[in-house]
Design a binder for this molecule. Sequence first.
Ligand SMILES: CC(=O)N[C@H](C=O)[C@@H](O)[C@H](O)[C@H](O)COP(=O)(O)O
Length: 239
Amino acid sequence: MTTSSIVEKLHLGLIVSCQALADEPLHGADIMARMARAAEEGGAVGIRANGAADVRAIKQTVSLPVIGIVKRDYSDSAVYITPTLREIDELLEAGADMIAFDATRQTRPGGCTLEQITTYLNRSVRASMADISILEEAVYAESLGVSCVSTTLAGYTPYSLQQEGPNLELLRMATERLSIPVIAEGRIHEPSQVEAALGLGAYAVVVGSAITRPQLITQRFAAVTRKVRMSSNGNDRPN
Ligand SMILES: CC(=O)N[C@H](C=O)[C@@H](O)[C@H](O)[C@H](O)COP(=O)(O)O
């Protein structure tokens, strides 16, 4: 399949990020594959997944395009989403339909550069998704020939706007400025935010934690019960 036909399959759809790191309760390729199947049943048009094992298991389970990343920590860099060519090789081998990577201006491990990453991906003829945190990074990524950009890292670099919800203003500026698809990703917790993102010109929307991290979903509900408990304890207090 061509890179543009992979991108087209995502148009105006929901991409579900199915990720659980080693320290999360749902960690494991088999569980993530089931999560992906649930997402497919629910109407997702694509899956974002972490690690070659998860990508392989998900590819065997669903018929949706899989956007692969490899999260790996290196001691000499803050970049952890597909930071070097090594992680790209793992994803190519695993059969990821699209490869997402950190396209921020932060220094990569071992002197690897953003330009090396995009040149390598362009030569591999695999669709690519540049995870950005500010508008300038989106503009630069487009100039390097990526297939699309995603607002994944907004609020996760020290120099980007830190806020609780999704950075819809960055999304708006990027959709106005770029000619390639801009994907909305990061801290999207409500269906109304999906609608807002599409209304601002998002090509597609990625939702992760609000669908696939039950410990975080539980936390949001439990916070409400805690609040009510605290106020009722307060009311019970003798005058
Ligand atoms: C910043 C970072 O490392 N983001 C990761 C990128 O793949 C994932 O942990 C997120 O779950 C994903 O971006 C979806 O975002 P949210 O879970 O907020 O819907």
